[in-house]
Design a protein around this ligand. Structure first.
Ligand code: HEM
Ligand code: HEM
Length: 381
């Protein structure tokens, strides 16, 4: 098919695509806004890779240099603030889909693919991004990664740097951040969008046809361009101010890890786990993650009726409310309590050395292997 014919067919198809009336509302434009945020991350991320040195010895210095060049510092800030904004939007999208019962038949797989997207965004892209900062907060995030993965035995060993000859953690997590996770996210987004398109938007809980799989054909009144306009409007409203903030506020870069800093708290999306870590140690985050994603995965299996009306879903809506309040409460608690050193299953000294070890340059020098603490100074500016 010649390109011009393909273009005509494509535009015809887009223009003839009809959505129910909620397609023009901001609440149903949140998903598209997340996608716009992802595009911003891709563009700023690719530009940042032109300046960032992913080797353990150079990373921190390269970030310090990036902070000195106004345009690069600005790009870094956009990447940083948009990452926070995307995570907030994702949570809002999940709440919207949950409250409107949009996970019900036939959209269960759309929900589970969404969960995989949430997992890779939060535990993958956002988390590895924090490690890339390679300052004390990056070292702290990496320490959590190393310690928590011990739970998985030999698999954990492969993913961390305990096996002889394993590559530096920073280079591995960098390749995940700029290659593996974006590829996985794009593949899952394509699947998510195809399913959303195939089933169209779910009926709202307040409509007479709330139990139907989709709105009746005569109710499909909104054109795709109106839906797109809602997404553009919302994106401008949302990312505009975030980019404005990025003009004036730099993305954080804390001190280089030297082993002398006090305890730190995790970034806000993980703060709800902090109180548990104080009691049960670092590895509890694996169990908490499993409970969080496990409960969300169970939602379409627990609430199986077709009806999306609020009256018919009092139980699940109340449980969702309690779940949200618990997360908010635990986040506030984690925010308010003083930072404290966390117990791992490993001795504190060994734990610290494990991180410094992963910060070391690739070398066969046995002095450095037996005295990894020497290396911490090589990262000081
Ligand atoms: C990268 C992340 C995601 C992107 C880009 C995305 C994008 C979208 C878009 C564009 C829609 C169309 C309607 C709307 O915007 O509300 C949608 C619908 C939907 N999403 Fe997502 N989504 C993501 C993550 C999630 C997550 C985390 C979940 C749930 C766990 C989820 C579950 C759903 C469901 C069930 C629908 C169908 C809603 C309906 O028919 O009313 N999505 N998503
Ligand atoms: C949705 C996907 C992404 C998320 C959530 C994300 C998140 C992050 C975060 C939180 C940071 C730490 C920055 C800071 O807080 O100071 C970071 C850094 C970085 N990201 Fe991403 N990122 C994403 C996609 C990408 C892509 C696609 C690339 C490149 C192809 C990229 C390249 C980088 C680079 C080079 C850094 C280190 C520079 C710095 O810290 O400023 N990111 N990312």
């Amino acid at each position: 098919m010649p390109a011009s014919q393909f273009y005509t067919r494509f535009t015809q198809w887009i223009l003839s695509y009809r959505l129910p009336k909620q397609g023009a509302s901001l609440l149903y434009a949140i998903g598209g806004t997340i996608f716009v945020g992802f595009l911003i991350m891709m563009v700023t991320g690719i530009l940042l890779t032109q300046f960032y040195h992913p080797s353990p010895e150079e990373a921190y210095r390269s970030l310090q240099q990036m902070q000195q060049i106004p345009l690069v510092a600005f790009l870094r800030s956009i990447h940083h603030f948009t990452a926070q904004g995307i995570l907030a939007m994702l949570l809002l999208h999940v709440v919207r889909v949950f409250i409107t019962g949009a996970y019900k038949r036939p959209r269960q797989i759309t929900w589970w693919i969404g969960l995989a997207l949430l997992f890779i965004m939060m535990m993958g892209a956002y988390f590895t991004g924090t490690v890339l900062r390679w300052d004390v907060s990056g070292a702290d995030a990496l320490a959590h990664y190393q310690e928590a993965l011990h739970i998985f035995g030999p698999l954990g060993d492969v993913l961390t740097n305990v096996l002889p000859g394993s590559s530096p953690m920073l280079i591995r997590l960098y390749s995940f951040h700029i290659a593996l996770f974006p590829v996985l996210l794009i593949a899952l987004m394509i699947a998510h969008f195809c399913l959303v398109h195939f089933f169209n938007l779910s009926p709202t809980p307040t409509e007479p046809w709330s139990a139907a799989e989709a709105a009746p054909p005569d109710q499909m009144k909104v054109g795709f361009s109106e839906h797109l306009w809602a997404i553009v409007r919302f994106s401008l409203l949302y990312y505009g101010p975030l980019i404005l903030i990025a003009c004036f506020v730099r993305a954080p870069l804390l001190d280089a890890p030297s082993g002398e800093h006090g305890p730190l708290k995790p970034p806000w999306p993980f703060l709800w786990m902090y109180g548990f870590e104080n009691v049960w140690g670092i590895q509890v985050i694996i169990y908490l993650g499993a409970v969080f994603f496990g409960l969300l995965a169970l939602v379409p299996l627990l609430d199986r009726s077709n009806d999306r009306a609020f009256k018919a879903r009092r139980g699940i809506l109340a449980s969702g409310g309690v779940f949200c309040l618990l997360l908010v409460g635990l986040t506030l608690y984690g925010w308010l309590i003083p930072a404290q050193e966390h117990k791992g299953h490993h001795h504190e000294e060994e734990h610290h050395n494990g991180v410094v070890e992963s910060l070391k340059p690739a070398t066969t020098d046995t002095t450095l292997d037996t005295h990894p603490e020497m290396l911490s100074h090589s990262h000081d500016p």
